[in-house]
Design a protein. Structure first.
Length: 256
């Protein structure tokens, strides 16, 4: 019951302040993640003995930059069974927070751990100069997050469009801010997965969509049929496609 109250965004600050001292970790963690928690409560929880509580503070959209700066050096780790490695949960959370100051973000962007750098690379507050450096990072995870970042400059998206890792190119292909010249190049990529990603880009040129509508992969043709920029002429052709999934996508668009 206390945990439920601690999660509730309608719980008064005074009650949250009391629950911040609860002996049960999960209750304190709930308070730490509550956007209505007071600055005093967050400051207290930032020094909590549990790393999960501190990580929740780092994720909180209300946590001020001074607390995030303190948590940027937190070495708490948790084992990720999927990746089979330790993850620095607190530092990653700080790197993603929109309240982090530039100095702290740059500090985390230089971290030795690729997941911490990748978290920093996803932050839309990152300066263009720092993005430029991370776009050349040895880790594809970092480059991929730069490709996905809504603040990434167009010239870096063009640079990443020729990345050796397919996932990075696919992310660039999906980014609505990617320049047409880069999308045109990606539309001729050797991997059909990249062409599918391009075909789903809502800013793709109609002529390129028409070209992709004849691609051998039904996944690419279905993506073309689903794109709101695909012309009525191309949709009518795809409505007669031999693949039922492509037909369905095209007919659905025609009806709307």
């Amino acid at each position: 019951m206390r945990r439920k109250v601690a999660w509730d965004s309608g719980t008064p600050e005074e009650i949250l302040k009391v629950l911040a001292g609860d002996p049960v970790q999960w209750v304190r963690e709930a308070v730490a993640g509550n956007a209505k928690a007071s600055q005093d409560a967050l400051e207290r929880l930032a020094a909590d003995s549990s790393g999960f509580v501190r990580a929740a503070v780092a994720l909180n959209s209300r946590t001020p930059s001074k607390i995030l700066e303190m948590l940027a050096g937190d070495e708490m780790v948790d084992y990720d069974s999927t990746l089979q490695k330790n993850r620095y949960l607190v530092k990653e959370a700080v790197a993603r927070n929109r309240n982090v100051d530039q100095e702290t973000l740059e500090y985390l962007a230089r971290d030795l751990d690729e997941h911490v750098r990748a978290a920093a690379a996803s932050n839309p507050l990152m300066r263009a100069e720092l993005m430029s450096r991370l776009a050349k990072d040895v880790s594809w995870l970092v480059r991929n997050n730069i490709a996905q970042n809504p603040s990434t400059p167009e010239d870096l998206l063009v640079y990443l469009s020729s990345d050796r890792i397919m996932d990075v190119r696919a992310t660039v292909a999906s980014n609505p801010r990617t320049p047409q010249a880069a999308l045109v190049a990606l539309a001729s990529d050797k991997s059909w997965e990249i062409r599918e990603a391009v075909a789903r880009n809502i800013n793709l040129n109609e002529n390129i969509l028409e070209e992709l509508s004849c691609h051998w992969s039904w996944r690419v043709r279905e993506a073309v049929a689903s794109n709101p920029r695909t012309t009525a002429k191309t949709l009518m052709q795809l409505a007669q496609d031999p693949d039922q999934s492509v037909q369905k996508a095209a007919k659905c668009r025609i009806k709307t």
